[in-house]
Ligand binder design. Structure first.
Ligand code: RB5
Length: 151
C-alpha cells in the first residue's frame, strides 16, 4: 500500500516518526513535506496530499498539523476525499469501517507519539464494512456532485 504523508510545521515531528514507523512496517511512503519546522500554511500541504489520493497516486493519506483541524478541513475540500480527524483508536477504526475514510488527520500538538502510532495502525488495518454504510458514504459523495451542478 502506498501512503502519502504531509504536515505543516506543527505536525513535522510527528510526521517524521510516523514515516519511520510505516517504513519499518514495509509501507511505501510518499512524503510531500514539510522538511523542517519553519512556519508554513497548512492548506497547501493538506491539498497537496489530498490531490495525490484523489488522483490515485497514493492509496491513502495521513496529514498532520498542530490540531489536525485545519489540514483536515483543507483536504476535505478536494473531490473524492474523506479525511477523518481522529484522536483515539476507536475513531480511527470507525472512520474506516463506517466512513471509508481515505485520509487520516492527526494533531501533532494533541496526541502523543504512542497514541498517534496506535491510531495509525488501527486506521490502516480496519476495513470498510460496506452494506448500509455504502449508501451513506455515497450520499456524502453525492454532495460533491450537487455542488458542481449548482455552478
Ligand atoms: C499552526 O500554528 C496551526 O494553526 C496549525 O498547525 C493547525 O493547528 C491549524 O489548524
Amino acid at each position: 500500500m502506498k501512503i502519502v504523508l504531509a504536515s505543516d510545521h506543527g505536525g513535522f515531528e510527528l510526521k517524521e516518526e510516523i514515516k519511520k514507523h510505516l517504513t519499518k512496517k514495509g509501507y511505501s511512503i510518499i512524503d510531500m513535506g514539510v522538511n523542517n519546522t519553519e512556519s508554513v500554511d497548512y492548506p497547501d500541504y493538506g491539498k497537496r496530499a489530498a490531490l495525490m489520493v484523489a488522483d490515485k497516486e497514493a492509496d491513502r493519506g495521513i496529514i498532520i498539523c498542530g490540531t489536525g483541524i485545519g489540514i483536515s478541513i483543507a483536504a476535505n475540500k478536494v473531490k473524492g476525499i474523506r479525511c477523518a480527524l481522529c484522536t483515539n483508536e476507536y475513531m480511527a477504526k470507525m472512520s474506516r469501517m463506517h466512513n471509508n475514510a481515505n485520509m487520516l488527520a492527526l494533531g501533532g500538538r494533541v496526541v502523543g507519539l504512542g497514541l498517534a502510532i496506535d491510531i495509525v495502525d488501527e486506521w490502516l488495518s480496519a476495513e470498510f464494512e460496506g452494506g448500509r454504510h455504502e449508501n451513506r458514504v455515497n450520499k456524502i459523495m453525492d454532495i460533491e456532485i450537487s455542488k458542481e451542478e449548482e455552478k
